[in-house]
Design a protein around this ligand. Structure first.
Ligand code: ZN
Length: 359
């Protein structure tokens, strides 16, 4: 029975899609609702948090990954390619971690030896190899992974390295600061909160609270993870880390915090900033829209954007959202008598059809 219903839903979906292409509903059946809005952060969470980890300390990464799985926390590991290229066993180890889906990758240069604020003493080729050569190596070593971001060694930059980074990367993570607010025009100057052995869970949690109260994006910078070290060491205290990850989970479950990898948040911001919603029709029983963005690479920019879609007053219960990629059910919410739903849509994937009364 269920199978039959699903098949019907599938077929209805396709009928609806061809209806858009061939015969939109008549003007008389159109009704008026408030246009949809794009949510600042995925799933309409209040704020975002990204754990970034630098330098590719493998044993620490294994421990980070275990904690991340336990608390649903997502991270981006910024790798130094010279330290892993040619070491097949290590590349396999990293691939295994990444394939679990909680940690993805970023570029932290080929050698981590060149100081970019002294880039005058290097040739353009040397700098290009350190930045874009490392990008190419990462794509070769981990073909399944997207590489969107560069993290400058020691957070240093110069005009020439900035220009090189922009050739292949969509963002640059720097060092210092840590919370980015609504002005995300600074994707090539994103600060981060440097975590050392004496950083406590309370400090991490209070930074998180700050991000939540301002609706911002909190970017952390970790290196190692362990239970031994001195104040100031670039090692995150594993006990503080676990307490903090537990807090991230709590806030996330409460709808306040989106734990997204650095890459996923970059994707979301780039898509959201250039998103356009075209209303195809608004009928008594269904709504059609098309979400597009201006990011050229549709394979890379595939993160679902959350839309707040306003619905006709008469709709109740749940809606069915039909896209080429599949069908999803969402609850209808209401505030002061206004009906709406939050739905996730990947941009540039054709039409999205919303139907009333999903069973
Ligand atoms: Zn580093």
């Amino acid at each position: 029975m269920l199978k039959a219903l699903l098949l019907t839903a599938y077929l209805l979906g396709h009928t609806a899609i061809s209806m858009v292409l061939n015969a939109p509903i008549s003007p008389a059946d159109q009704i008026s609702v408030t246009p949809p809005e794009v949510c600042n952060w995925a799933d309409n969470k209040t704020a975002a948090i990204s754990v970034t980890i630098d330098d590719g300390h493998y044993e620490s990464a294994v421990k980070f990954n275990e904690l991340q799985k336990k608390y649903n926390v997502y991270s981006t590991q910024f790798l130094i390619t010279d330290t892993i290229a040619g070491n097949e066993e290590r590349v396999k180890g990293w691939s295994d971690i990444f394939s679990e889906g909680y940690m993805d990758i970023g570029n932290h240069s080929a050698g981590h030896e060149i100081r970019y604020d002294e880039s005058d003493s290097y040739t353009a080729d040397e700098l290009d190899r350190d930045i874009n050569g490392a990008y190419t190596t990462l794509k070769e070593l981990f073909p399944e992974q997207d590489v969107l971001a560069f993290a400058t060694p020691w957070g240093q930059n110069s005009q020439i390295t900035d220009a090189l980074i922009r050739e292949k990367h969509y963002a640059n993570r720097s060092v210092g600061g840590g919370i980015v607010y609504w002005d995300t025009s600074v994707l090539y100057k994103l600060g981060s909160h440097v975590i050392t052995f004496d950083t406590t869970a309370e400090e991490l949690n209070s930074m998180t609270d700050k991000a939540i109260s301002g609706g911002g994006w909190y970017i952390q910078l970790h290196h190692g993870l362990g239970d031994e070290g001195n104040a100031g060491d670039l090692i995150t205290d594993i006990t503080a880390c676990e307490k903090h990850f537990e807090y991230i989970k709590e806030q996330s479950d409460a709808g306040k915090l989106w734990s997204g990898s650095f890459n996923d948040v970059i994707k979301y911001i780039c898509e959201r900033k250039t998103a356009k919603i075209e209303m195809l029709w608004t009928g008594k029983r269904s709504i059609g829209l098309r979400l597009t963005d201006d990011m050229g690479d549709n394979d890379l920019f595939d993160y679902p954007i959350t839309l707040k879609v306003y619905l006709p007053d008469s709709w109740n219960g749940r809606i069915k959202v039909i896209q080429k990629s599949g069908t999803a059910i969402y609850p209808i919410e209401s505030e002061d008598g206004v009906k709406f739903a939050y739905i996730n849509v990947v941009p540039d994937r054709g039409n999205t059809i919303i139907k009333m009364n999903a069973w």
